[in-house]
Design a protein around this ligand. Sequence first.
Ligand code: PLP
Length: 635
Amino acid sequence: AALYGLDRWGDPYFSVSDRGHVMVQPRGDRGGSLDLMELVQELQGRDLSLPLLIRFDDILEDRLERLHGAFERAIAQYGYAGRYQGVFPVKCNQQRHVVEELVSSGRRWHFGLEAGSKAELLIALSLIDDPEALLICNGYKDQRYIETAILARRLGRQPVVVVEQADEVERIISASHELGAAPLIGIRAKLSARSTGRWGSSVGERAKFGLGIPELLATVEALRAADLLGELRLLHFHVGSQINDIAVLKDALQEAGQIYGELTKLGAPMGYLDVGGGLGIDYDGSRTASSASTNYSLQNYANDVVATVKECCEPHGIPVPTLVSESGRALASHFSVLVFDVLGAGSLPGAVPTPLESEALILRNLRDTYAAITAPEASVEALQEAWNDALKFKHDALATFRLGYLSLPERGLAEQLTWACCQAIAERIKGLPAATVIPEELRALPAALASTYYANLSVFRSAPDTWAIDQLFPVLPIHRLDEKPEALGSFADLTCDSDGKIARFIDPARSSGQGQEKPLLELHNLRPGEPYWIGLFLGGAYQEVMGNLHNLFGSTNAVHIRLKANGGYQLDHVVRGDTNAEVLEVMEHNPELLLERLRVASEAAIGQGSLGISDARRLMAHLETSLRQTTYLQG
Ligand code: PLP
């Protein structure tokens, strides 16, 4: 577990059993656990093939409880005279079962939803029927969006239309006059506080959303003139997702707290301060301000929000607002685990090839070099010298091949011998005492010998952020963790794209605070006939919807698991992955037509005698079966 940092980022949901399997504690430290390997085996028994997305709804509920618990503790500790009322940003994971689960688990806290588009608004309006829950309407809005929000108020919903662009206020005013009713109104402020991290440009004068101070003041006056200032209830800001450094939040909170106070002084009733998203996840377990981590805990976050807002309001005698957060990543990251299988592994040949009857000088030189490396008395200096020689001989062998003086088999031998030298040096280095000074070049050799593990998944579909923004997710085998991994490797996915790989991993050994990552992961050698299953963790936020159909790899099978009170689990929902027919249809192809064309072609081939009837039937059967199956390789 320590090798993969699981004891740090996995706590309290993931651990390792004595049998070396990843265990899932879906209710955190409140008891109950599942063996992930056994769970996957049982799901496979139900014909749910890998790659498989396993969603643990108890984790989602536990995250909600922790978020509310943290705010409740902070409110009690600081004697805050208000309350916390969160919303889930639907864009973070719009899957029906996920949003439904959050809404039903969150009912006891009047937990609401945040929508950023008309489609998300539709989800939010239809799922939230609690009159106290908030429904925050962000994003670009046209007249219909605004009118929908106004009319939904009559259904007993609480939509808050947040003015994000200066011209939206005019649309709100005209829709309100048209309908003779007003929405609850919010304003998003463009803060000057500087943010850091990947989404740092979400704040500042050039941010995409929000009103600068002159625009904000003009909006207040426009609302006043339209007799709508009485509906201005909420101030919103968002400093970007995954805030790494808590100092950024503190600055933003102070600035927003002052703006909130000024808005009340200008006559707006206010009542809500929405601190947006940004509550981060410690992906690498380093607890630092590096891009894959946070230098604060959930409790620190809640404490800072509560304490800072109180400090801003109290001196001015302004009643403290209800605190709203739009925490998506922090709620949804842990609950889903992607499990994929390894189809095979490719590595460089490290064995010494058998000599030819008469070998070219260059090959004999390489064999002598190998002998020098494996000599028992070889010093580190001798190893370095031998490696320099091996590289020179390999280079010469290539030049000789290019000039036509070395045959293809001889060139093959030269390459094999070079890798054998590399392997032998790597072995020698492993056996040296820890204090030995080893040249950098030699230390890098084990990495040069690393294997590529072929993964039955599409990175573009299931973990797009690893490709798009270099996001680091914890990745590790879900079994064999009681065995020392012998190999170093990275993953190549099924797509025909060299970017389709996972080659950035958490390095728990590095504690520099400057990004905990390494290009290779400790992995096990594959055993013939035995599966090797890998889990990608903390990917429950944003990955599903950002995933694309590159090479026409579609969604994977997904399941929702709940722990049962008396032990064991229940399978609440099964969401089958896209079939080949479905992804073809997305691209406007007609699977029936494709099949028919191939049937006609195979009839013609039968007529010409190039294809037998039984082979034609087999071909058509394969095609028809593939159309019904998911887009991934079948074990
Ligand atoms: N609210 C707004 C306006 C956002 O743009 C985002 C995402 O960037 C969120 C909330 C959710 O942020 P997070 O997932 O970091 O909590």
